[in-house]
Design a protein around this ligand. Structure first.
Ligand SMILES: [Mg+2]
Length: 388
């Protein structure tokens, strides 16, 4: 089998009303109209001489056209002509194109990720198997999941939303934090006062705190039996992560901002985190996540996949990893994206299958071959219009 073509398609859907701005992020007022103005994605189609086309997605937060250009202009000529079964060789060749030129984080790795996911989709279709079987097998019959996420509300509204989430069948919920130490403690306290320990609670600061504030918060969250403290501080502060992980009993979770086995090697071997959260569409695709998971397992570090506001191919890919991963902990189910009135159509509307099926605290494992999803024509409504 030979790869005959690679096509990356940039998509974008304006977010009409963001429910709550991401106010824990630095400069969010200036950046909200750039980073969070729309749902974005880059779909990748890899074609073969066997008539099989693979589907992938690059995690895309800004400039989908730039991402698509990296795939089409840099990776396409590298990938064409290869056998998809040589997926590791293809990965290394793509990675080598930018070696010594700022190759190891950001757009380049997200572009490689999208191509890699599409190649695994081809392999699944070729062998008539779901991707989790090719990864190493079905380790579980259903995928434990949590509701993500409650965003910056008053304690009363946090309690109200938690109650709705529990009624929907969730046993665990994640709360966005970062408004301030006292306000964040009050929000978690409100859940504990209303529901005791009948629901598991995680908190996610999206790297909005300083080390000192994170330490203070971490101690308070320990007392309230919070399951994990996600991205307490900026990803650039590795020493800070090491210090927090050593000093606090609450598990520190991170990884959505990290790339490749080289990036995760630092987090894992320096014991900077207790739970890893790579995104398959950002960290390097299935090929690289498998290596990251092997490294994590050698250090006894569990895996809680990051999904975020991604499109359907990444969401489907994460379900395959969650079905397979030996060290799997719990899956991030996005019950709302950035707007509760406007779900992300790049997840729900561009595929023919309903592939995320939630029931009583669990998601069903994927069905079908490859990723188990097919793209419909509706994606063409969301093509990026040129900004120039
Ligand atoms: Mg997060």
């Amino acid at each position: 089998m030979k790869i005959t073509n690679v096509k990356a398609i940039p998509l974008e859907v304006p977010v009409l009303s963001m429910e709550v701005p991401p106010e824990s992020l630095p400069y969010y007022r200036e950046l909200v109209g750039i980073v969070f103005d729309s749902y974005k994605s880059v779909l990748v189609f890899v074609e073969t001489d066997e008539g099989i086309t693979g589907l992938g997605e690059c995690m895309t937060r800004v400039a989908p056209q730039a991402m698509a250009s990296i795939v089409n202009e840099i990776l396409r000529p590298v990938v064409i002509g290869n056998d998809p079964l040589d997926y590791e060789l293809i990965w290394e060749q793509g990675f080598a194109t930018m070696r010594q030129r700022g190759h190891n984080k950001g757009f380049m790795i997200e572009a490689i990720s999208g191509v890699d996911i599409a190649i695994w989709d081809i392999l699944g279709k070729f062998f008539n198997q779901p991707i989790y079987k090719l990864l190493g097998g079905k380790f579980r019959d259903k995928i434990k999941t949590y509701a993500s996420s409650i965003r910056f509300k008053t304690p009363e509204d946090v309690v109200k939303e938690t109650s709705e989430i529990m009624e929907a069948g969730f046993k665990a919920v994640k709360l966005k934090i970062g408004r301030g130490v006292d306000e964040d403690i009050a929000a978690v306290k409100a859940i504990r006062n209303a529901f005791g320990n009948t629901i598991a609670v995680m908190v996610d600061a999206n790297s909005g705190y300083t080390e000192n504030s994170a330490m203070k918060l971490g101690r308070a969250f320990e007392r309230m039996e919070v399951e994990w403290f996600e991205e307490p501080i900026p990803p650039d502060n590795l020493e800070g992560y090491i210090n927090l992980s050593r000093s606090l009993d609450i598990p520190i979770a991170a990884g959505e901002s990290e790339f490749t086995r080289y990036g995760f090697r630092e987090l894992i071997t320096k014991r900077a985190i207790d739970i890893i959260q790579p995104n398959v569409g950002r960290a390097g695709g299935f090929t690289e996540i498998k290596k990251i998971l092997a490294m994590a397992s050698a250090f006894g570090i569990p895996y809680a996949p990051h999904t975020g506001s991604s499109g359907a191919p990444i969401m489907a890919a994460e379900l395959h990893l969650a079905t397979y991963a030996p060290g799997f902990l719990i899956h991030e189910y996005m019950r709302n994206a950035w707007s509760s009135e406007q779900a992300n159509p790049l997840k729900d509307k561009i595929v023919n299958e309903k592939f995320e099926i939630f029931e009583d605290g669990y998601l069903k494992i994927p069905s079908g071959v490859g990723l188990g999803i097919t793209i419909n024509e509706k994606y063409k409504e969301y093509l990026v219009k040129s900004t120039l």
